[in-house]
Design a protein around this ligand. Structure first.
Ligand code: FE2
Length: 284
């Protein structure tokens, strides 16, 4: 099974990201979109309205979020609610994302996440024992799809040594208008003096907190848009700074993401994402 070519690997090492167009077929993308639609239609929102935001306070001590590492959970857009607490749009237009164990619990996402092509890429990236840690279906809804501020995935998914890689699949065309990914090319490289800036950890007294390791600002002028067509895969180094803006357009920007770590690395117990012992992480 073909993984990455030498020029692709060199480009990834230089930039900290790699775009592979046509990784997934239109049919595969549509199948995942249909499955996400079914999941949203079938879930019961009573009692668990959890607003997702990367603005720090809102997510803190949200038990629903903290317990979602080995479940299929639903998170709403921050702007989904009217002042009276009701939804401003239909439910299927109000969900920000589904996470974080679709790849283990849903057969459709399981099959896509464990494609042999992905296993081959992980081998080429140097993984000896790749483990599928986390998956998210991100809707980036029309008009209200919230921003994701500049971050490194290793902040949220930390191992010693660092080993997380993000796989971001465009299930729809992603453009500047509908909130495509942006990145700081080369920002993963220690030569840029941008090491890991923060860790997002469980606080000893419950909830979560950020531990700041380096509070220097991101070099925002270097941000580059990664506009990609449906079916593209963007591989993201765990230290690469990336972000996406609010979707103010009338078009959604669905994406599926998967994060892989190496089982040979230590996974500290204070990581936010935890699993119960009866659902250990699995590879391909
Ligand atoms: Fe990310």
């Amino acid at each position: 099974m073909s993984g990455l070519s030498a020029p692709q690997l060199a480009s990834y090492e230089r930039n900290g990201f790699l775009v592979i167009e046509d990784f997934a077929s239109r049919e595969e993308c549509e199948r995942l979109k249909r499955r996400a639609e079914e999941l949203v239609r079938d879930f019961d929102p009573r009692g668990l309205i959890s607003i997702f935001s990367t603005r720090e306070q809102i997510r803190m001590s949200d038990d629903y979020f903290l317990d979602s590492g080995d479940k299929i959970c639903f998170f709403f857009e921050e702007d989904a609610f009217a002042p009276d607490g009701g939804l401003r749009y239909a439910r299927e237009r109000s969900i920000n994302k589904i996470g974080h164990a679709l790849h283990d619990l849903d057969p459709v996402f399981d099959a896509f996440s464990r494609k042999p092509e992905l296993a081959a890429i992980c081998a080429d990236l140097g993984y000896g024992e790749p483990l599928l840690l986390q998956s998210m279906y991100i809707f980036k809804q029309p008009n209200i799809g919230g921003e994701v501020t500049c971050h490194q995935d290793a902040t949220f998914l930390y191992t010693e040594p660092l080993s997380v890689t993000g796989f971001w699949f465009a299930l729809e065309d992603a453009t500047r208008d509908n909130g495509c990914m942006w990145a700081i090319p080369g920002g993963h490289n220690p030569g840029h003096k941008l090491g890991l800036k923060k860790r997002f950890v469980r606080a000893a007294r419950g909830g979560t907190k950020f531990e700041t390791l380096d509070d220097s600002p991101w070099p925002e002028s270097m941000q580059t848009p990664l506009e990609v067509p449906q079916g593209a895969l963007i591989i993201l180094h765990g230290l690469l700074p990336h972000l996406s803006h609010i979707n103010r357009s009338a078009k959604s920007r669905h994406a599926y993401t998967l994060h892989v770590i190496d089982g040979a690395c230590e996974y500290p117990a204070d990581n936010w994402l935890r699993r119960t012992p009866d659902m250990p992480l699995r590879g391909f």
